[in-house]
Design a protein around this ligand. Structure first.
Ligand code: GLA
Length: 384
């Protein structure tokens, strides 16, 4: 839905023009998976898919929410009654942002919000972060809070961790808030320092395909939290603040110190090698050797499948079928247990690889995947 349509629906719902319209994108992560809650490196880029919000302020302590994508009418909430864990619906994401802003001492006296999204939900493409960030940016603008993009990302993460109750890291919100068109975002999740890395695949005759397996996932479920707890245990056993502090060169020694803690050893090995893969991808891209990132992406998948154990049969099939059909590299992206994979291909191989993946899914009796090309797009912004 375009900005004008979102405005028109807002007028129908609330009887007046909105004060403005904002949008925030979903993301794919190129490399650096499950590293963000280990103070490590990630490298996402924004998708052209966005959540759009038409918003006006209110002065009476009421939050009214409506989504074009969910059945049901306008939901009305009293700001004073917002409390973590009180809401299990989609409204917890925008309400959580308002709660986090107020809890941090910012004056927000209410809002009317209408939302519409083109980011697929449950596909590992950060529909939740897009929803949080668009609301945070709109309220920051309207209430003139003067927050920096990284501060908005932190607030949104707090909304998701505390209000919604999903123990996720900071990558998705930062990607949605800070990415730039034509670039991937090299982010150090320890201090949120960032570098925009030019990532113009089309100019090099390459394409990045996103394959949404249509297998839905959720991070409030137990497996994500278990991995996180396992990583924290690893850091504690090794006597470091976070697994980020285990250097790649010191990996063998660290693994030896973990003795027979087999599961923790696997988690540690993934995190340490994955941080190293992010650094390798950055230096390959900076030296213009884009095709050479393919095998690094594929190594990342093997590590997530065998060591971190967050893949799914559908994700493994995308990777195997794409590589057999000539892809340069492929891996699952996002939290895993379903969701999406990314595939790096020569522009001339898009059709062959897409066909191979689709046929492999049909042969395995899996639901047909949705395949689209991802172009690194703009981060959150005001659109009117
Ligand atoms: C989800 C979380 C992120 C990150 C990824 C895995 O997308 O929201 O914080 O942990 O999984 O890299």
């Amino acid at each position: 839905m375009g900005a004008q349509q979102v405005r028109d629906v807002f007028v129908d719902l609330y009887g007046a023009e909105p004060e403005g319209v904002w949008s925030a994108p979903g993301r794919v992560n190129l490399i650096g998976e499950h590293t963000d809650y280990n103070d490590g490196f990630v490298m996402p880029f924004a998708l052209p898919h966005v959540t759009t919000a038409a918003v006006s302020r209110r002065t009476d302590g009421v939050l009214r929410l409506h989504s074009a994508d969910v059945d049901g009418g306008v939901v009305e909430l009293a700001l004073d009654a917002l409390a973590p864990g009180s809401d299990r619906n989609w409204t917890a994401y925008p309400a959580g942002v308002v709660w986090a802003l107020r809890e941090t001492g910012h004056t927000v006296t209410g809002a009317d919000i209408h939302l519409s999204s083109t980011v697929p939900t449950g596909a590992g493409l950060s529909s939740s972060a897009a929803l949080e960030v668009v609301v945070a940016l709109a309220l920051d603008d309207l209430y003139e809070l003067g927050l920096k993009r990284w501060q908005l990302a932190r607030l949104c993460q707090r909304a998701e961790n505390v209000y919604v109750g999903a123990p996720t890291g900071i990558m998705d919100q930062t990607a949605s808030a800070c990415c730039q068109a034509g670039h991937a975002l090299f982010l150090d999740t320890r201090d949120l320092s960032q570098k925009q890395i030019p990532f113009d695949l089309a100019a090099e005759g390459l394409r990045l395909l996103v394959v949404d397996t249509q297998v839905k996932h959720a991070h409030s479920g137990g497996e994500y939290g278990k991995r996180r707890a396992g990583c924290e245990k690893g850091a504690a056993l090794l006597g470091v603040d976070a697994l980020r502090d285990v250097p790649y060169e010191g990996l063998d020694e660290a693994l030896a110190r973990l003795g027979d803690e087999e599961e923790v050893r696997r988690l540690v090995r993934h995190i340490v090698t994955e941080n190293h893969r992010v650094e390798r991808v950055v230096s390959l891209l900076e030296s213009g050797d884009t095709r050479a990132i393919g095998p690094v992406l594929t190594e990342g998948h093997a590590s997530l499948r065998d060591d971190f154990r967050v893949s799914a049969p559908e994700l493994d099939l995308v990777v195997d079928a794409a590589l057999s059909a000539g892809a340069l590299g492929a891996r699952m992206t996002g939290g895993g247990f379903g969701g999406s994979a990314i595939v790096l291909v020569e522009a001339t191989d898009v059709e062959t690889v897409t066909k191979a993946v689709t046929e492999a899914f049909a042969a395995a009796d899996f639901t047909a995947p949705r395949v689209f090309e991802a172009v690194p797009s703009a981060g959150a912004r005001r659109v009117s």
